[in-house]
Design a protein. Structure first.
Length: 272
């Protein structure tokens, strides 16, 4: 399937969809505390989407080939869960936990907005905070490569170089993806690669950059629910995700919101 170049109408709709997705994370952040279950967080998220925003969850009932239907309105991945963690009423947050909450909304116009963010319950360990920070930097280093004429390999190379320099590993089995009126479309955006290789970027492309970085080795294992993916060595894993528009002069991050963490210092002086 060829990569879709979005029209100005598409882009306007995607700005709305991605802003909605990020605002869900802004809404849920104050509720992330010791003792709350991930199932309760999921119900709050679904209620906010449906009754406040007028959006619906893209994950609820989602069933790609080879998977069972996904049963919840978001993914909440705790500690050694790399991705696709299924919210559970029996899974309560503890002090020091780290978690990724991955949100994808569908607007009434039929556009998908996708973003995820890391959270730390309580103080968190030095190692956990470092992993979350390095992963955040990896995402932004990947984003900083985006401009017309750059390649997908430039993005992956920047991400993997930073993770490896910090003694961490990049999960290779999952990647970013094109998005618009379809949840997952071309291109596939790998978080590792060789600079100067791969598809050349063109203005109007929209895709996610969402590196999954492990504190230990990159190997993984999938749980019996068919969705939850954990690190094989039980090391911590972190992920951040933004949806990016390629512009004639660089990039636009569509999924930023007022509640988003501060940008890394190396991004603050970069024109987006």
């Amino acid at each position: 399937m060829p990569v879709t170049i979005k029209t100005e109408t598409d882009i306007a709709h995607m700005r709305v969809a991605c802003k909605f997705a990020s605002e869900v994370l802004d809404f849920i952040e104050p509720h992330i505390r010791t003792g709350i279950s991930t199932g309760e967080l999921d119900r709050m998220i679904n209620d906010y989407m449906v009754n406040v925003q007028g959006t619906v969850s893209a994950t609820l009932g989602y069933q790609p080939p080879g998977y069972p239907p996904y049963p919840k309105s978001c993914c909440i991945s705790l500690n050694d869960v790399i991705c696709h963690g299924v919210p559970d009423d029996d899974k309560f947050l503890k002090d020091g936990d780290i978690l990724n909450i991955d949100i994808t909304v569908i607007t009434p116009a039929g556009y998908f907005g996708d973003t995820s963010r890391m959270f730390i319950v309580g103080e968190g360990s030095i190692a956990a905070k470092r992993l979350c920070a390095v992963t955040y930097e990896c995402m932004w280093l990947g984003i900083a490569q985006v401009k017309e004429g750059a390649t997908l390999g430039d993005i992956g190379a920047a991400i993997s170089a930073h993770a490896n320099a910090n003694g961490m590993s990049v999960v290779r089995e999952y990647c970013g993806h094109g998005i618009g009126k379809v949840f997952h479309e071309e291109p596939q955006v790998l978080h590792y690669g060789v600079k100067g290789t791969g598809l050349k970027l063109k203005a109007g492309m929209i895709f996610t950059i969402e590196p999954m970085i492990n504190a230990g080795k990159r190997d993984l294992r999938t749980m019996s629910d068919g969705w939850t993916v954990k690190t094989k060595d039980r090391s911590l894993s972190a992920q951040w995700e933004h949806t990016i528009l390629v512009t004639p002069t660089g990039y636009e991050v569509l999924s930023l919101s007022d509640g988003y963490p501060p940008l890394p210092d190396f991004i603050k002086t970069t024109k987006c």
